[in-house]
Design a protein around this ligand. Sequence first.
Ligand code: CDT
Length: 337
Amino acid sequence: MSLIDDADAAASGPLSESGGRWLRVAAAQLGGVARHEPRSSVVDRLIAMMRQAASADVELIVFPELALTTFFPRWYVEGEPDLDLDWFYESEMPGPDTQPLFDEAKALGIGFCLGYAELTPPDEDGRRHRYNTQILVERDGTIVGKYRKVHLPGHREHEPWREFQHLERRYFEPGDDFPTWRAFGGVVGMAICNDRRWPETYRALALGGAELILIGYNTPIHYAPDPSQNALQSFHSHLVMQAGAYQNGAFVVGVAKGGTEEGVESLADSCIIAPSGRIIALTAHTGDEVAFADIDLELCRNYKETLFQFDRYRRPEAYGVLTERRGPVSPPPLPET
Ligand code: CDT
């Protein structure tokens, strides 16, 4: 009787050489966006970086989470009478303000990934829904993928003890899947900010074949529930994305809205990570900046077909607990002696 399964029966040996699937990809980090900065001004900044990237023959440029506006979940609207919440959402994509970005991308032949706040048309019950969304746009200007943030961090109610709010759980509904798409010569998936801290994100995407994972983020340096983490923000951000890349044999592009925005200092350190887990491009400053790298998507096979050959080595039958419950259940306490 064999204790191994079918995947083991396949012949194994060193990976054979094959031609590369090269892509030049850029992380387009944004500095702060002011609360009243018009969309047209932000779109001009995005277009400037797009042109810079295109002049270096970049084929895909990745912008951050909620790239079109300031990070508005830092305000509780009822406490901010002149804050029109709906102003921060896009009800069409492209819309009149974002069409120039699509036009420029098509003219330059460059694809892009963009995060924004989405307000849907009314559903059959007349309800409009709000998501923290990211889209993937091919080099011909067509939207090939849309992802809605699954892990919404922060809180729902006003918490005045904080220096600033993090009300994503009030202003957005969560997405509920991690789709992947064939685009840019490979298989691409997306995630948004807090998603990058959860190993399930990368694993779900990799089970959809993801070779390239695009992640925009807004990470305040100050973490109110535990400020001892403030000094570790950059380390933690790189730690999780490097682990996600390596453990899933994928490239990861992590892109910040960094710098100081409305008085809140945010992490920069945007980067491109290889399936080895190593950072191969990194921004040097905290403002608008393009960092790019040449990536060979074939390199994913070095990991996906060896150490992390999922269909050979994973044990989903032993992982039932991962989807059975959300929180931990520890063994019962030891009896008092
Ligand atoms: N945007 C976002 O998800 N930011 C969170 C901040 C920490 S939770 C308050 C992050 O994980 O970076």
